[in-house]
Design a protein around this ligand. Sequence first.
Ligand SMILES: [Zn+2]
Ligand SMILES: [Zn+2]
Length: 317
Amino acid sequence: MQISFESKPQIRDWDFVVLLFYKYVKIENPTEFLENHRALCESLNIKGRFIIAHEGINGTCEGTPEDVNEYVKTVTKDPNFADMHIKYSQGTGTSFPKLKMKVRPEIVSLGLGQDDIDPNQITGTHLKPSELHSWFENKEEFEIIDMRNDYEHAVGHFPNSVLPKLKNFRDLPKEIKNLEHLKDKKILTVCTGGVRCEKASGYLKSQGFKDVYQLDGGMVSYMEQFPGQNFNGAMYSFDGRNVIDYDGKSHEIVGTCRNCGQKTENFTDCKNNSCHGQFLECKDCLIKYGKIYCKDRCDAHLNPFSRLFKRIIRFLA
Ligand SMILES: [Zn+2]
Ligand SMILES: [Zn+2]
C-alpha cells in the first residue's frame, strides 16, 4: 500500500520531508535514466542520494512537502514505478548537503558477481508490519536477522535480533556459516527500508534456509505504524539526521560511546580520512579527544609493528 499525502495528512505540516524508496525493476539505460532523474530533482530543488543500476533504483532525498509531492507524482506516473513503496519522514532541510546520483553495477551488492540474487526471481516472503506486530503480540516463535551494519544496529534494534558481523552488506556470504544453526527456523530479515532484505532473504533461501520472511518496507515502515513498540533505541538513518526517533518522546538510549562507554546516540566518522567508518562517540569525548580511530574497521590506530602483525594474521587466516 502506498502511503501518500492523502493517507498521511500531517506531512503537509512538516517544513521538510525525507523520502526513502527502492524498486527492483529492469532499467535498460541507467545513464539516460540518471540524466532525466537529475533534471527532475534539480527542477524541484530536491537533494539526496540515488543509486541507479540495470536492476533498479535506490534513493533517499529531501524537499519541501510541495516539491516532494510533485516528485512522487511524476515518478509514479511511470508504470514501472507506479507501485513503488515510498516511506516518508520528517526532515530538517539539511539532511543532505547536495544531490548525488550514481550509476552502479547493482543498487546493493552482495559481491556475488554473476551469481547475484535477483529478487524478482528469489526472495523472502514479504511480511507486513501489522503481521509482524501480531507475531510479537502472539509470541510467535521466529528469529530476526538484522541485515544492517554493526553501527546501525548499535543505536537501535529489535530486541533479541541476530546480528551477523557485517561491516558491509557484501560480507553476508562470508558470514552465512555463522547462521547455519538457523536454517530450519522461521526467519525474518530486517533492514532500514527493505532494499537489502530483498537480496539477503533471497540469498538465505538460495543457501537452503527453509522458512524466510522479510519485513515489508523495512524497519522504518514498522516504526511508522508502531512507533516505540518492540524496538530498543532509535533508528539509524543514512542522512544528516543520524538517528530518527519515531516515538517523539524519550526512548531508552542503547548506544554506547566507543571511547568511554557512556550512553550516546552521537555518531562520528573515523579519524582516518580514507576509512569512512561510522561509530558512536559521545559529545564529551568528542570535545576532549576530537575524532578517534574506529579501531575495528581500519588499523590506522595501531603502531607499525602491530599493523604488520595484524596483516600477517589476516593473511594466514
Ligand atoms: Zn565517551
Ligand atoms: Zn577507521
